[in-house]
Design a protein around this ligand. Structure first.
Ligand SMILES: Cc1cc2nc3c(=O)[nH]c(=O)nc-3n(C[C@H](O)[C@H](O)[C@H](O)COP(=O)(O)OP(=O)(O)OC[C@H]3O[C@@H](n4cnc5c(N)ncnc54)[C@H](O)[C@@H]3O)c2cc1C
Length: 495
């Protein structure tokens, strides 16, 4: 069956896709989005997020432009600091070990602020992330780690705003419609073949924008590209991101690029379900580890929990879980830091033990070497530089010395009961490898030539993230490149 021809078909209806659809519509194109999920599970990974978005701002005036609802009291009681172009560049370069494509990073950084303003014009609202990214210092909230704003209503709020806007503007979203191949005629992409309730449909268009996410929900591809063990990871978000967009493009000769054996993966509750649960959102994550320590079932520490702010370590520490016996570890805290634990530690579906002695605590952990556990904590306590004060707002340098694995910031003794342990495994967020695009979001083939009519944005673009990732960049990248892809596709069909 063939549908009416559109100007632009967008594959997916997450953040990147909806931004692409709106941008193409802004430029005068008739647009349809195909989404394989049913409406009740719409929004892809974007719907699972807290809506945190990394954006350049040079002071509070920029934040007021994005959040005109900020009150005088909020402004007076908060030290927002700045997050300059240089800081964003440095963060991208540093955490990706200087591999990130500089041209793509240039766009990501320099277009971040304007793109968020444009999203506001399409009904998206922002607010400060007081809960997760700021601590009170001398009565004033102080932000740290370059991540300051989130969308109102988190990921679900973001998707609702963008989807409502599409509906208002007459952009159709066809749910339960899984695109499976591109239609190629005379070397140009002229549409998409898709399945809807068992029926094959052809959606013809002058341009196609792929925005259907990575391959994190595809067990076979995870094992094939990320490597052995990754089949055992839990998927933090959507069960629908199985790499279809990437596969469709590779089938017609698109060039793969980026860190194909790399992925964003975090510490995630050991007993979380196979895929994300929208009712729990991102609350299976356990991201307060910088205030405690991690111990595996051999009773040993194995990484520097305080290497950097959470925003710069959390995305690479998921993989460390897969390397541990039993594919996980325990996060250990004592009463001193209990007040610093994020809300996600208080959910009903948490794998937790609590006790008044360390022996008793370890005894409740199945498979744990209790003697080694207790010895490790004694050695850790003894190695802390007690002269340096603890300060969670800065990299405080309060560290251990002389351990096989030192903790280099925020090292506190673990000696004040009650003690708590939270069991974590690897939760994969998204994959890093993807399609090679130009700065206009055009997909390139393996000869480095643009594939006429084919554009891409969001998670399925390769070349931006390697090894690691600065928190809050996925949504910003989806929005920036979504807007570019939509604008470019509309320009292409006019030419
Ligand atoms: C639990 C969790 C928390 C996160 N928190 C944050 C955060 O706070 N800030 C941040 O920046 N990033 C966060 N991320 C990462 C972020 O979700 C992604 O980087 C971003 O949402 C990717 O957007 P996207 O539009 O490319 O993909 P998605 O939002 O996943 O959208 C892809 C869409 O394509 C659809 N699709 C797939 N295959 C097909 C097909 N064949 N045909 C039709 N449709 C198809 C999917 O169903 C999906 O709706 C988080 C991720 C998770 C899982």
């Amino acid at each position: 069956m063939s549908s009416d021809s559109e100007d632009v078909v967008v594959v997916g209806a997450g953040n990147a896709a909806l931004c692409a659809a709106l941008a193409a519509h802004d430029s005068g194109a008739r647009v349809i989005a195909l989404e394989c999920a049913p409406r009740a599970e719409r929004g892809g990974n974007s719907a699972f997020t807290a809506g945190a978005m990394r954006v350049v701002y040079n002071g509070v005036d920029d934040l007021v432009a994005l959040m005109p609802d900020l009150t005088e009291t909020e402004i007076n009681n908060t030290d927002f600091g700045t997050y300059t172009t240089e800081q964003f560049f440095d963060d991208m370069a540093r955490v990706t070990e200087y591999r990130a494509d500089p041209d793509l990073v240039d766009l990501l950084v320099n277009r971040s602020f304007d793109t968020l303003q444009w999203m506001r014009s399409h009904g998206v609202r922002f607010m400060p992330i007081y809960g997760r990214q700021a601590f009170k210092v001398d009565g004033k909230f102080t932000f740290w780690g370059g991540l300051t704003i989130e969308t109102v209503g988190g990921g679900p709020g973001l998707i609702e705003s963008l989807s409502d806007e599409c509906q208002r503007l007459g952009i159709d979203i066809a749910y339960e419609t899984r695109a499976h191949s591109l239609i190629l005629e005379d070397g140009r992409v002229v549409g998409v073949r898709a399945r809807h309730k068992g029926e094959t449909m052809e959606y013809r268009a002058q341009a196609v924008i792929l925005a259907s996410g990575g391959f994190e929900a595809n067990t076979e591809w995870r094992t094939r590209y990320l490597g052995p063990g990754w089949d055992m990871a839990k998927v933090r978000g959507s069960r629908f991101n199985t790499g279809d967009g990437i596969k469709m493009a590779l089938e017609i000769g698109a060039s793969p690029v980026g860190h194909w054996s790399g992925a964003h993966a975090v510490q995630w509750d050991m007993n979380a379900p196979e895929f994300g649960d929208l009712a729990v959102g991102d609350n299976f994550q356990k991201h307060s580890y910088p205030w405690g320590i991690l111990i595996n079932n051999y009773g040993r520490r194995f990484l520097d929990e305080g290497a950097d702010f959470r925003n710069y370590t959390y995305a690479k520490y998921g993989y460390e879980m897969l390397k541990q016996p039993g594919l996980g570890a325990w996060q250990i805290f004592d009463a001193k830091v209990g007040h610093l634990l994020r809300d996600e530690y208080k959910i009903r579906q948490v794998t937790k033990v609590k006790a008044d002695s360390l022996e008793e605590l370890a005894g409740q952990m199945e498979g744990m070497d209790v003697n080694s556990f207790v010895k490790t904590i004694a050695e850790y306590n003894a190695a802390i530089d007690q002269m340096t004060p603890f300060n969670p707002n800065v990299k405080d340098g309060r560290r251990t010395n002389g351990l096989a694995v030192d903790k280099t910031n925020w090292a506190n003794t673990i000696d004040e009961p009650p003690f708590e342990g939270y069991q974590v495994t690897c939760g994969i967020t998204f994959t890093f490898g993807g399609l090679r695009i130009t700065t206009e979001s055009e997909v390139l083939d393996t000869d480095g030539i643009r594939i006429p009519g084919l554009f891409a944005c969001g998670e399925l673009v390769g070349g931006l993230f390697y090894f690691n990732y600065p928190g809050g960049t996925g949504l910003t990248s989806g929005s920036v490149f979504g807007k570019i892809a939509g604008t470019s596709a509309a320009r292409y069909i006019e030419a």
